[in-house]
Design a binder for this molecule. Structure first.
Ligand code: KG4
Ligand code: ZN
Length: 340
């Protein structure tokens, strides 16, 4: 069969970023993301505002993605979109847009699971980035999710551990809120952690059986610790901010690495890939690298722009599903709690 030029347009709108990407045969031609700064004032994503901002952003974002890829919409072979999981009002904007566009262009529609996409982002053709071999373990760590997934093949995935309360990104963001940092606090805690002593303060790790996680107790422990210390010294936070950030990050990384150690022991799989917004964290990246010599792991960390929410990861899933002829009907609906 002659090689075809399979151009896919992908749309992602599950949370507070409106994103579109054009892919050609597994390679990214454009990857456009419009964030929504409106949520900063509220210290978290406000679903109703997110949905409205998606409606304003989606046309210009898709237009930019096509322009940067230097193609016309009539060259598209399929439209991929995030079906879930995510915020219903946000998902609806991308879903209805993708459905109308596919209908108008008379091309197949491809529904994508956002959590599978965070994992399959590792299969985007990108120079200098190796693709993990099957089976491998994927740890998806974001503001909405924390999972360890056994990945047997592209579409055969099994969640073997997940959070029973907060996601790891929330642990970063809520700790940051207690410290008076802006939203999202993850990147700021990461930056400050590099300047502080990770062992300055000790926070107990939660005891959760098996491969599941819990982060809500840590947040409470940090809150009580800060309340106690600021009672004794009102300037405690500003005098020790870098040390506090380093200690929080050290504790969170410890929790993640402990579970990965257990997961590799239980499954015998030592190839580990990470994905999701928190995989941008420099401490986690370093801890994984250290695991290569310490525990015999082979680790895969995605390109920075594919860690936080983006449509390139939706495009690669769209492409893989296109090759299998796995298309969605026009009657497909968004699903806020879609499972892997
Ligand atoms: O994957 P993502 O963009 O959106 C969700 O699907 O949730 O992840 C956003 C999360 C936020 O909680 C943010 O604080 C966190 O990723 N994050 C980080 C870093 N960069 C983003 N957390 C720790 N260190 C970072 N460098
Ligand atoms: Zn995400």
């Amino acid at each position: 069969m002659a090689t075809q030029n399979i151009y896919i347009l992908a749309i992602e709108s599950s949370c507070d970023d409106t994103a579109a990407s054009v892919m050609l045969n597994g390679k990214i031609l454009s990857n456009v993301v419009a964030g929504q700064s409106i949520h900063e004032a509220y210290g978290g994503v406000v679903p109703e505002l997110a949905s409205r901002a998606h409606q304003q952003n989606i046309v210009p974002v898709v237009d930019q993605a096509l322009k940067r890829a230097n193609i016309d919409k009539n060259q598209l072979k399929a439209i991929a979109f995030t079906r879930g999981p995510g915020l219903m009002g946000s998902l609806l904007v991308g879903t209805s847009f993708a459905k109308s566009l596919a209908y108008g262009l008379n091309v197949p529609l491809i529904d994508v699971n956002h959590m599978q996409a965070h994992i399959l982002a590792h299969f985007i053709d990108e120079e200098g980035f190796e693709k993990p071999p099957f089976p491998f373990l994927a740890m998806t760590i974001s503001g909405g999710h924390t999972q360890i997934v056994k990945v047997n093949s592209y579409f055969d995935m099994e969640v073997i551990g997940e959070t029973i309360d907060d996601a790891v990104g929330e642990a970063f963001d809520k700790s940051g809120k207690i410290l008076g940092l802006g939203y999202p606090a993850g990147p700021e805690i990461d930056r400050r952690a590099k300047l502080g002593n990770p062992k300055a303060f000790k926070f107990t790790k939660p005891k959760v059986d098996g491969l599941n996680f819990s982060f809500s107790g840590l947040k409470t422990a940090i809150l009580y610790f800060i309340q106690k210390e600021t009672k004794a010294n009102p300037n405690f936070i500003e005098e020790h901010l870098n040390d506090i950030c380093a200690s929080i990050q050290y504790t969170i990384i410890g929790i993640l690495i402990d579970k990965l150690k257990l997961a590799t022991k239980e499954t015998g799989i030592t190839h580990i890939a990470i994905g999701g917004g928190v995989s941008a964290n420099s401490g986690i990246r370093q801890a994984l690298k250290n695991g290569e010599s310490k525990f015999g792991w082979t680790t895969y960390v995605p390109k920075f722009e594919f860690t936080t929410d983006n449509a390139a990861m939706i495009a690669i899933v769209g492409y893989l599903k296109y090759l299998e002829g796995d298309f969605a009907e026009q009657s497909v609906t968004a699903s806020s709690r879609l499972k892997i």
